[in-house]
Design a protein around this ligand. Structure first.
Ligand code: CP
Ligand code: NVA
Length: 306
């Protein structure tokens, strides 16, 4: 039975730890130049309705390093649900490829692809979630803090896909998560209620960035206007200004804190240059870990044990 990865909640806690362990092994192999052609002969279709640097390059490079191949399908080529129905795209790609990764506007599109595809579907970002990002981020926190449990993670900014994904992960893996979002820009209340009901993690939501960051080990932010929200950018800049991750906000964090951002960053808005390029920033380790964790996800869903 094929498995999909549309949300953090698609995996059990044991499976998430397994993926993180595989990612660490694959990272060592990649660094030492030791070949690992686990997906030799396998092909991944990559559907993009939105732009991408990290997701596109890390999936394509990852497939290559695993001995497989990735096919990029941009918005002009496939016309998901416009040129052809989502169900037909899913069924055709299943005949050519061993997996589908999709970056979409509406989350329902990855769900529909998964419903019709005979091969695994991976969510490469939707308007609801960005699960590959959050697993890569978990690897980065593990590397810098040696654990996930009891690490105080403060998310500051827009309660959109990244915030929702942290909440979803907190429903599976034990975290200490605080989110500071402006009123009207809170994360999905349904996802928050579901994660809290699982009683796996402590999840706090506030409007006060200082409160969230107080004593935090990890301070995390994301853009204020996500892909598809460009028209709201100016309005959002005014609302989100008190949520800028700058040195004065970070004075409230633990002295050994790390700063994370999924990127792309809008320097001077959600994060200052001084913070992004400062001694606490791990943003480029974080970007690199997308590669290693996604290779582990590909191996789990498309490899010999799948
Ligand atoms: N963080 C992330 O997904 O980056 P891209 O939008 O460049 O893929
Ligand atoms: N929230 C951002 C994340 C980019 C990786 C967006 O959806 O554009």
């Amino acid at each position: 039975m094929k498995r999909d990865f549309l949300s953090e909640t698609d995996f059990s806690v044991e499976e998430i730890w397994g993926i993180l362990e595989t990612a660490q092994k694959l990272k060592q192999q990649t660094r030492s130049g030791s070949p690992h052609p686990i997906l030799q002969g396998k092909t991944l279709a990559m559907i993009f309705q939105k732009p991408s640097n990290r997701t596109r390059v890390s999936f394509e490079v990852g497939m290559y390093q695993l001995g497989g191949h990735a096919v990029y399908l941009g918005p002009q080529e496939i016309g998901l649900g416009v040129r052809e129905s989502v169900a037909d795209v899913a069924r055709v790609l299943s005949r050519f490829c061993n997996g589908i990764m999709a970056r979409v506007f509406g989350h329902h599109l990855v769900e529909e692809l998964a419903q019709w595809a005979e091969v695994p579907v991976i969510n490469g970002l939707s308007d609801r979630l960005h699960p590959c990002q959050i697993l890569g981020d978990s690897l980065t926190i593990l590397e810098h803090k040696k654990r996930l449990q009891a690490v105080k993670i403060a998310y500051v900014g827009d309660g959109y896909n990244i915030a929702n994904s942290w909440i979803n992960l907190a429903g599976v893996v034990e975290l200490d998560l605080r989110l500071a979002c402006p009123r009207g820009y809170e994360p999905d209340p349904k996802l928050l209620a579901q994660a809290r009901a699982k009683k796996v993690s402590k999840i706090e939501l506030t409007e006060d960035p200082k409160q969230a960051v107080s004593g935090a080990d990890v301070v995390y932010t994301d853009t204020w206007a996500s892909m598809g929200q460009e028209a709201e950018a100016e309005k959002r800049k005014k609302i989100f200004r008190p949520y800028t991750v700058d040195e004065s906000l970070l004075a409230h964090a633990d002295p050994q804190h790390i700063v994370m951002h999924c990127l792309p960053a809008h320097r001077g808005d959600e994060i200052t240059d001084a913070v992004m390029d400062g001694p606490h920033s791990v943003v480029f380790d974080e970007a690199e870990n997308r590669l290693h964790v996604q290779k582990a996800i590909l191996v789990k869903l498309m490899g010999p044990q799948a």
